[in-house]
Design a protein around this ligand. Structure first.
Ligand SMILES: Cc1ncc(COP(=O)(O)O)c(C=O)c1O
Length: 394
């Protein structure tokens, strides 16, 4: 029985200043962000941080994705290329737009979309590509931007996991036509639930703004079918307060990640492939993603179970199954389940082809969800536990 010397459990970093901002919003009497001060402060600060013209606060990362797709006019008959190695929302936003998600493969280096696989999936119906900056690691954007430009399709960056990541000097979320963000508690900054959409296009920003609030152009005057995807003022206050110290948050996570890399590197075994951000990117370190090599004979679930039992409760498998293998996509989509009646494959059985790197990543990935509370010492402890466990189980 391994002695549990410390427990590494994810916790968001909430300060007195965060609490003060939330109480200030609460006592102001303006609880809806378009009328209170924090919604505007958050949007201005986020736009400044991303060095982009427009940032819109919304109710979640999921609604941010849906809003982005609606802003560019995705609808029935359209296809949107997405990874299958991602959280559901990347693809369900496409279904909610009554369009077809077309899955493309990922690179095993970044765990983000691979441009040549994306290119092979482009058809006359392709309207957009959604790239995910997986776990905080920027995808290889130069290649993806090139493919999007050549084929004249929109490029949306699902930056839910990567606020603060940088690719060749540009913030993730400011490289494509639109960026989307999540402020869920595990993300770089949190508003409890919440998210944002970013863009340099005033036209797309205006579309998103209109659809965010019922398509209302005048008091009780509705131009088109929209949604209530607004962020509450309390959420905006929390996100704004957090955004003011985002660099400190990322620095803490980076310190943990670098120490983990150093320690796992020096272990000199080839049981694990570690994350290796290229020199021209900054990783936002949402999750420290590793791949178990085939030298590890024990099932991944067993490794996870052992690490949890030894106190590494922040261990996570994101993601254990490609989206195209989940019933929402493999069964007859529709029939009152996932897909609205107007979805192009309503009632049809879809056979998605397996994507080799996606299959590989889902089988081998194992990660540590990094809390800003984790220290260098925690990293040394985690590395030791990981090493012992792998040596025992290999
Ligand atoms: C890649 C990705 N996209 C979208 C989302 C959705 O964000 P939210 O939970 O804020 O709706 C998440 C959240 O985990 C995510 O990881």
């Amino acid at each position: 029985m391994h002695e549990v010397k410390r427990v590494l459990r994810f916790k968001p970093w909430i300060t007195e200043d965060d609490a003060k901002a939330v109480v200030d919003a609460l006592m102001s009497g303006n609880l809806v962000s378009p009328y209170g001060k924090y919604g505007k402060l958050l949007e201005d600060e986020l736009a400044k941080y991303l060095n982009i013209k427009h940032a819109l606060a919304v109710s979640s990362g999921t609604t941010a994705l849906h809003l982005a797709l609606k802003a560019i006019g995705v609808g029935p008959g359209d296809e949107v290329i997405v990874p299958a190695f991602t959280f559901l929302a990347t693809a369900s936003a496409v279904l909610h737009s009554n369009a077809v998600p077309v899955f493309a493969d990922i690179s095993l280096e970044t765990l983000g979309l691979d441009s040549s696989s994306v290119e092979s999936k482009i058809s006359d119906r392709t309207k957009a590509i959604i790239v995910v900056h997986m776990a905080g690691m920027p995808a290889e954007m130069d290649d993806l931007i090139k493919v999007a430009k050549e084929h004249n399709v929109y490029l949306i960056e699902d930056t839910a996991q990567a606020l603060g990541a940088v690719y060749r000097g540009v913030k993730a979320g400011a490289l494509g036509d639109l960026g989307t963000f999540s402020f869920y508690p595990t993300k770089t900054i949190t508003s409890s639930e919440g998210g944002a959409v970013s863009t340099n296009s005033s036209e797309l920003a205006n579309r998103a703004k209109l659809l965010r609030s019922h398509g209302e152009t005048g008091k009780y005057y509705y131009e088109e079918l929209g949604y209530n995807y607004r962020m509450g003022e309390l959420q905006a206050a929390l996100a704004y307060s957090q955004l003011l110290r985002i660099e400190e948050i990322i620095k803490r996570k980076e310190t943990f990640a670098n120490a983990l890399t150093e320690e796992l590197n020096s272990l000199d075994n080839n049981l694990l492939i570690l994350p290796r951000p290229k020199s021209y990117v900054r990783h936002a370190w949402h999750i420290y993603q590793m791949l178990l090599t085939d030298k590890v004979k024990a099932p991944r679930d067993k490794v996870v179970e052992e690490l949890k039992a030894k106190g590494i409760e922040a261990v996570t498998v994101a993601y254990p199954i490609p989206l195209y293998r989940t019933p929402l996509f493999t069964n007859k989509v529709g029939h009152g389940k996932g897909c609205p009646w107007s979805c192009p494959f309503y009632g049809k059985k879809i056979n998605y082809e397996p994507l080799p790197n996606t299959e590989e990543a889902t089988k081998r990935v194992i990660g540590i969800l990094i809390s800003p509370y984790f220290t260098e010492d925690d990293a040394l402890y985690a590395a030791r536990v990981i090493k012992d466990t792998l040596m025992e189980l290999k």
